[in-house]
Design a binder for this molecule. Structure first.
Ligand code: NDP
Length: 300
């Protein structure tokens, strides 16, 4: 049996289309244009690419994009002052501070300075608490994207055994909370988990968010399970030429696809969904701010 390959690129395009539809209705009917502010401190090349893509896709969806690029040595107080200005700016519905921040800046302090209603990354402590208690929250983009793909594939997730490998605040923990909210029976595994292979083999839904290239082989996957591979790892690819690299996930795709019922590839699986969900969160934040109905199918 060969698994259905869940095409994250195509799915993200449908999410972006839905977002653009909502944006055009907000503009036409209510005269409101959602706005996303992205703040980048320093010149990390990977962060610069992310920020550029975010800005481009924000504009393509018909929203306003506000980019703030600050030098590497920006004092923490200046960054906090900018966040405060954006909190008070009615044209800005979503604020994202690109992580990681330079070492002299306290990331937690900056994240928790963002107005929770504009926290489209869903990292503010209030949003973490709201998600944990099953209330209306801004939900972190990557787990939200995984949830959308799972709901699309399964319909209801109720009663399924879900195993999330990884317990980070940005992927593993919020992913587990979302699956619990959809009535899965959830196990969170991590580096101290005993007999990880056996734990994974119990999963109807297996989410890998570890950051270790191809650490989950096909024989850890339950036959017919849905595998969501969040990992993005760059490994040497001598077959492509000297010094060349390629991206792989945390799951050994070739062996897992022969066992799983459905699987996300890397690249082209979870990755493209993350920015699409950032746009979705910005529209959601805009609707909530203006007491308008939330966009259907774009929230958790
Ligand atoms: P973190 O490094 O913050 O967390 C990794 C988690 O994996 C930790 O909880 C750690 O356990 C666990 N872990 C490490 N080694 C093992 C092991 N041998 N067995 C079991 N668990 C282990 O990573 P992130 O959550 O930030 O990211 C995970 C992956 O997802 C990365 O590859 C990252 O690049 C990718 N990613 C992809 C995104 C996308 O858009 N597709 C977005 C965000 C991340 P412990 O807590 O015990 O140390």
């Amino acid at each position: 049996m060969s698994a259905k390959i869940i095409d994250g690129k195509a799915f993200a395009a449908t999410v972006r289309e839905k977002v653009a539809g909502h944006v055009s209705r907000l503009k036409e009917v209510h005269g409101i244009t959602p706005g996303l502010a992205v703040v980048l401190v320093g010149e990390d090349p990977a962060s610069e690419v992310y920020v550029r893509n975010k800005g481009k896709q924000t504009l393509e969806a018909g929203m306003n994009s506000y980019e703030h690029k600050l030098p590497e040595d920006t004092p923490e107080a200046d960054l906090l002052a900018l966040v405060e200005t954006l909190n008070d700016d009615p044209a800005v519905h979503g604020i994202l501070v690109q992580l990681p921040l330079p070492k002299h800046i306290d990331e937690e302090k900056v994240i928790n300075a963002i107005a929770p209603a504009k926290d489209v990354d869903g990292f503010h402590i209030l949003n973490v608490g709201l998600l944990g208690t099953g209330q209306k929250a801004m939900v972190p983009c990557t787990p939200l994207g995984c949830l959308m793909m799972l709901r699309d594939h399964h319909g209801s997730l109720s009663g399924l055994n879900a195993v999330v490998v990884g317990r980070s605040n940005i992927v593993g923990k919020p992913m587990a909370q979302l699956l619990l909210r959809d009535s899965c029976t959830v196990t969170i595994a991590h580096s101290r988990t005993k007999d990880l292979a056996e734990v994974c083999r119990r999963a109807d839904i297996l989410v890998a968010a570890v950051g270790r290239p191809e650490m989950i082989p096909g024989d850890w996957v339950k036959p017919g399970a849905t595998v969501i591979d969040v990992g993005i790892n760059r490994i040497p690819a001598p077959e492509k030429g000297e010094g060349k690299t390629r991206l792989v996930g945390d799951v050994e795709f070739e062996s897992a696809k022969d066992v799983a019922g459905a699987i996300t590839p890397v690249p082209g699986g979870v990755g493209p969904m993350t920015i699409a969900c950032l746009l979705a969160n910005t529209v959601t934040a805009c609707c909530r701010e203006n007491n308008l109905p939330e966009p259907e199918g774009l929230t958790a």
